[in-house]
Design a protein around this ligand. Structure first.
Ligand code: PEP
Length: 239
């Protein structure tokens, strides 16, 4: 099983911040743990702006379209040319602020896969959806985008409850364990039993060890706490 600890800088950071981050950041020695990966999804303009060493560099989005007359879109091929190793798709900010649909997430996953970039599908429910008892229904609808993959495909799924993202309040270990069990069982039924399941939502050094110890948690997607090399390094060492 792969373990993944990936940061998401969102629309934060500049050349100076990346240089300072990379000078301080030292990921766990990957050579010792097969398949374990640490990386950061930076804004597009920083993908080639530093030496990421053994860490992966990722993108936070990709075009849902093929190359062509789609002004402003960055295709999977373009990301690949920049050396991008992984890509986020379906982050809750894109779904809820930019109105990204399941059809778009499906096309984006496909574009990343065809460009040789490791895709990560983010899924998660809002607080209203959870309170209405619709957690499984929402996750199943979002997972429909995975139908472009086959049993041999390489990708990850990140469970990110919307109410835990950027709020400082992570989901409880019991909530994470429940959601991850459901995701693991659902994915296994579709032949995706090998797919790593990450958790995201207010992961920080203080809660990383507890969350990392949960069955079926194979990594983290970290927003705010990934902006500082010190806190991201502590989270990285939780697995
Ligand atoms: C995220 O942006 O994916 C995220 C989980 O953010 P935060 O860690 O800040 O909650």
């Amino acid at each position: 099983m792969n373990y993944l600890v990936l940061g998401n800088w969102k629309s934060n950071g500049d050349q100076k911040a990346l240089t300072a981050f990379l000078a301080e950041f030292s990921p766990v020695n990957r050579a010792l743990i097969d398949g374990y990966r640490t990386g950061i999804a930076v804004p597009y303009h920083l993908i080639q702006a530093g030496d990421f060493g053994s860490a992966w560099v990722g993108a936070q989005n990709v075009s849902a379209f093929p190359p062509g007359a789609y002004t402003g879109e960055i295709t999977g091929g373009m990301l690949s040319e920049l050396g991008t190793q992984f890509g986020l798709v379906g982050h809750s900010e894109r779904r809820h602020l930019m109105g990204e649909t399941v059809e778009q997430t499906r096309a984006k996953l496909e574009n990343l896969q065809q460009s040789g970039i490791y895709p990560i599908l983010c899924v998660g429910e809002t607080l209203d959806e959870r309170n209405q008892g619709r957690l499984h229904e929402v996750l199943l609808a979002q997972l429909a985008a995975l139908d472009i993959f086959t049993k041999d495909s390489s990708f990850a799924v990140a469970y990110e409850p919307v109410w835990a993202i950027g709020t400082g309040v992570a989901a409880t270990p019991a909530d994470v364990a429940d959601a991850h069990r459901f995701l693991r069982e659902t994915l296994a039924e579709r032949g995706f039993g090998h797919v790593p399941l990450m958790y995201g939502g207010s992961v920080k050094p203080a809660n990383a060890a507890e969350l990392a110890a949960i069955d079926d948690v194979h990594g983290f997607l970290v927003g705010g706490a990934s902006l500082k090399a010190g806190s991201f390094g502590e989270i990285d060492r939780a697995f």
